[in-house]
Design a binder for this molecule. Structure first.
Ligand code: ZN
Length: 204
């Protein structure tokens, strides 16, 4: 697995894609926790559950089914009692599911351990990506910073943090340019723009 920091960073970053009207800070915190949650399955080792079992490490908790359930639960928790269009609900739930699913995908790009049980409980097969550039983090978090583990952090920075930072910057730049263009419109045109988007898709 990549380190817990990387999983949390990816989860939190996904929140910025949420549509207008969604509390992005709260979504970011919950998605950071949800994207790290699958690795709680390591407690199974102390309970005698074998690595390769359905409930073992990288098993059910790393599956697409788990991502769908936890992602939907996060979206429901963040959007409860909020008056937003149903398509914004759907978009937020999709983002949340993908944020949790990113955990298994990142694990599948690491170089050791067993593969990921994406299809559990429907199939027990374990999968890796064809391209696995990242080192596998130790299961014990206290060993992250021992000698040699900096190589691990560097591989995650190169393959996850750097692309994520570039994507975030370009996304924020796009939003800023959209806002600037909107502000430069004559007032009548701004009104037409709002009407055209039914008042709920104004760029936030
Ligand atoms: Zn994992």
């Amino acid at each position: 697995m990549p380190t817990v920091f990387t999983h949390m960073l990816v989860g939190a970053a996904a929140a910025q894609l949420a549509p207008a009207g969604v509390p992005k800070a709260r979504l970011a915190v919950l998605l950071a926790l949800a994207a790290a949650a699958p690795d709680l399955d390591v407690i199974g080792f102390s309970m005698g559950i074998p690595y390769g079992a359905r409930l073992g490490h990288r098993g059910l908790s790393h599956s697409l089914l788990f991502a769908a359930v936890l992602g939907a639960a996060v979206a429901a928790a963040v959007l409860a009692r909020r008056q937003i269009p149903w398509r914004h609900w759907l978009a937020t739930a999709t983002i949340a599911v993908l944020a949790v699913a990113s955990h298994g995908l990142l694990d599948a790009a690491t170089d050791a351990g067993l593969g990921i049980g994406f299809l559990i409980p429907f199939s027990d097969e374990r999968f890796f990506l064809p391209f696995r550039p990242m080192d596998t983090a130790p299961l014990n978090p206290q060993r992250f910073f021992t000698a040699g583990r900096w190589r691990l952090m560097l591989s995650e920075m190169l393959w996850v943090w750097l692309p994520l930072t570039l994507l975030t910057l370009s996304h924020q730049l796009g939003r800023w340019m959209g806002r600037t263009a909107h502000r430069r419109m004559p007032v009548e045109q701004q009104f037409e723009f709002r009407k055209g988007t039914q008042g709920n898709e104004v760029i936030d």
